[in-house]
Design a protein around this ligand. Structure first.
Ligand code: N01
Length: 534
């Protein structure tokens, strides 16, 4: 095949989802090509190479399950894998299944237009090269469109500026330097302890505190490896049917039904489990503010216990923020870092940043001289990567217009009026709320079955009905209203990006329920989808 011959499926993005899509689509006998913006595969795990980057889902769960030999052979070295180890794993998978030949690197997509006359997507890369495909899969990442804040004077800074999600491949080396970090989400909280050890002085600029739970990371022993290998079939089965894509089960009683000592014991166990799973100590912790209050107060006590200065603890502990309403951060020594003499914390609520100057940062009260400014300021999540492409469906409809009141999708896969376009981990899917590797596999498998059905029927055009997409999106809005997620501003709701419509963007009812809904729709003759306009 000539490189730019039309293909059946064009995949944008070679992260976990895109890579599996290339494999599965190819196995099903379709021609496929993947365009990746980065110089290497891995998506999130290629770009986010800041010091301390590691996954907050256990490595044995955060890995592909589609090939038993692969999962039996690969050995994770730690409970939570580092970014380099995950990237090595992704490269291994790509090599093992010969996927390189269908992946083109350094190929950021700038435009994708649906050509109604021939029922094809026409896709243009930044270099000007063009590709066409019957189906377009956007595996562009939930957290890939970098948010660099628009602070007055930012371009005047003469030192070095780095965003955590664009960390240089050659690393940094901040010995002897005065480093400032803006942002205390997961990226900030993971990198701050390590930057503190490297820099001569570290200044952390915090606008909103976040809840963070220690990872309790540890190496995996040979005995762990044996147990994991034996456990895998059951582990995967249970995970796929679960809410978060893991084998975690909350303690059986709701928080209010526990005695005080049962509650305390459950919280202690939850805390020791580590990281995000503390958010699921009680079955009602995500839906009941009072239940959540027990967990928040417990976390506050734990955090206060490791911070020497009570005034610093006051700044670092979230207020009026149910634990888990923003993604819980998973750290290794974050709060303890503020006990160091060479680390300062600046509370931007008390003294907002006025400007970036040539030599540092000026707040309402002070000036901070810096050699390096690190932006751990997150992403335009869920919709950002798609909105940054000139993406046009039938009749030239722009994705930005279709989503001007917030994203609307059917099952997270399709946007009405964008025929043959399929999103992976898009708005309306479980995405970041569940194990993204298992979710990606489930989504790709479902889509491959859909494409096979279309092939058998001779269908060329698949499109979600608008009423079906509206209904799906309303269902998500209503389910989110029942959760703590809507009680705090966060990127989940788009509220970290100025002007972004406020809508909870993920399917909040869990991976198991999501898969069930998608399967029922498939069994029901793909209700809600139009095949060739019917
Ligand atoms: O980004 P964030 P992140 N002035 O949006 C601050 C996943 N992830 O990259 O809250 C000052 O959470 C902002 O402050 P505020 C994970 O799902 C996973 O850290 O807007 N501050 C906030 O503190 C995570 O949730 C892992 O007031 C400004 C911070 O920047 C998601 O990615 C690791 C500012 C941004 O926090 C995003 O995490 C890393 C400004 N102008 C990421 N603008 C793991 O698996 C923004 N901020 C462990």
């Amino acid at each position: 095949m000539e490189q730019n011959d039309p293909v059946d499926v064009l995949v944008i993005g070679a992260g976990f989802a895109g890579i599996y899509a290339v494999h599965a689509v190819r196995e099903a006998g379709f021609t496929v090509r993947c365009l990746e913006a980065g110089a290497g595969v891995g998506g999130t795990w290629y770009f986010n190479r800041y010091p301390g980057a590691r996954c907050d889902v256990e490595s044995i769960d955060y890995s592909y399950s589609f090939d038993d030999v692969l999962q039996q052979e690969w050995k994770w070295s730690e409970r939570y894998a580092t970014q380099p180890e995950i990237l090595a794993y992704i490269n291994h998978v790509v090599e093992r299944f010969g996927l390189h030949r269908d992946i083109r690197l350094n190929c950021p997509v700038v435009a994708a237009h649906f050509d109604e006359h021939v029922t094809m997507w026409r896709v243009r890369a930044e270099s000007g090269e063009e590709h066409s495909a019957r189906y377009l899969f956007c595996a562009t990442g939930s957290l890939s469109a970098v948010n660099k804040p628009d602070i007055p004077g930012i371009d005047r800074f003469r030192g070095r500026m780095i965003h955590t999600a664009r960390w240089p491949e050659e690393g940094t080396g901040f010995e002897g330097m005065r480093v400032g970090v803006i942002g205390t989400g997961s990226s900030g909280i993971q990198s701050i302890p390590i930057l503190a050890r490297e820099a001569e002085h570290l200044t952390v600029f915090q606008r909103t505190p976040n809840w963070s739970v220690p990872a309790f990371n540890r190496p995996l022993t040979e005995a762990d490896q044996t147990r994991i290998r034996e456990e895998y079939p059951r582990r995967r089965r249970v995970s796929r049917a679960s809410s978060g894509g893991s084998v975690h089960v909350p303690q059986p009683k709701n928080a209010a039904d526990c005695t005080p000592s049962e509650r305390e014991q459950a919280l202690e166990r939850g805390w020791r489990t580590g990281g995000v799973l503390f958010g699921k100590t009680f079955p009602d912790q995500y839906t009941n503010l009072a239940a959540n209050g027990y967990a928040s107060r417990f976390a506050e006590r734990k955090i206060r216990a490791v911070i020497d200065d009570p005034a610093t603890a006051d700044i670092l502990i979230p207020k009026n923020q149910p634990i888990g309403a923003k993604r819980i951060c998973t750290d290794s020594g974050y709060y303890e870092t503020f006990n160091r003499a060479d680390v300062s914390l600046v509370d931007l609520r008390a003294e907002p940043i006025r400007a970036v100057t040539e030599t540092g940062i000026e707040t309402d009260r002070s000036r901070f001289e810096l050699d390096v400014l690190v932006f751990a300021t997150g992403f335009d999540a869920m919709t950002g990567a798609l909105n940054r492409i000139d993406l046009r469906g039938a009749g030239g409809r722009r994705i930005q217009d279709a989503w001007q009141d917030g994203p609307v999708t059917y099952l997270g896969y399709q946007v009405p009026a964008f025929p043959n376009l399929f999103l992976l981990n898009g708005p309306g899917s479980p995405s970041v709320l569940a194990n993204m590797v298992l979710t990606s596999e489930a989504q790709v498998d479902w889509l491959v079955t859909l494409l096979r059905t279309a092939r058998q029927q001779g269908t060329k055009r698949i499109e979600a009905r608008s009423d079906a997409a509206e209904k799906w999106t309303t269902r998500i809005d209503e389910a989110a209203e029942e959760t703590i997620f809507v009680h705090t501003d966060s990127w989940y709701l788009g509220s970290n990006i100025a002007g972004k419509p406020r809508r909870f963007m993920m399917y909040p009812l869990g991976l198991g329920n999501y898969r069930k809904s998608c399967d029922e729709i498939a069994e029901n003759d793909y209700e809600g989808f139009m095949f060739d306009g019917h």
